[in-house]
Write a protein that binds this ligand. Structure first.
Ligand SMILES: [Zn+2]
Length: 166
């Protein structure tokens, strides 16, 4: 709970289960209840996702891979990243030892001001592995718009199964 982001995540997790007057003993019981509730919600989401299909917004096979595998909520995150590709531009490419290093500029607006961000995407030309300095995949399990842009440029039709989390 050390960072704001994590703390907000924890608040949402415990929202309906604890408050400022909860004792430590009650917390232990409520922690268990919160976990059960979370599992139940995940099961409901899986069931709803298994019985309906969200439409793809692009002609990308990669999007179809995630459409088949992910719940609606997680697929929505992938679609959001695909949409954000429109804000990205490749600023430079260097190839060394079988790896391509892309500098991707993402146009962002913060408080009516331009707040562009630059990320470095490393693409392995042999294994097709990809990583980005924004670390979205490592933190949220979703390939970022920067990586998706590079994969499209490199003509990768399908991502490795390791980028599709169970
Ligand atoms: Zn990224």
């Amino acid at each position: 709970m050390s960072t704001t982001q994590r703390s907000e995540g924890m608040n949402a997790f415990f929202d309906e289960f604890i408050n400022s007057t909860t004792t430590l003993q009650q917390f232990v019981v409520q922690y268990d209840n919160a976990l059960h509730s979370k599992v139940e919600k995940e099961c409901e989401a899986n069931f709803a996702s298994a019985n309906t299909t969200l439409p793809c917004g692009s002609q990308s096979f990669i999007e179809r891979q995630f459409q088949d595998e992910y719940t609606h909520a997680k697929f929505g995150e992938v679609q959001n990243e695909l949409t954000c590709k429109i804000n990205c531009n490749i600023k430079s490419v260097e190839v060394h030892g079988g790896k391509a290093k892309y500098i991707v500029k993402e146009a962002l607006i913060w408080k009516d001001q331009s707040a562009d961000k630059y990320n470095e995407v490393i693409f392995d030309l042999v294994t097709k592995d990809i990583e980005c300095t924004c670390w979205l995949f490592e933190f949220r399990g979703v390939l970022c718009c920067h990586s998706l842009m590079v994969l499209a440029l490199e003509d990768v039709k399908f991502v490795s199964q390791k980028y599709i989390l169970s």
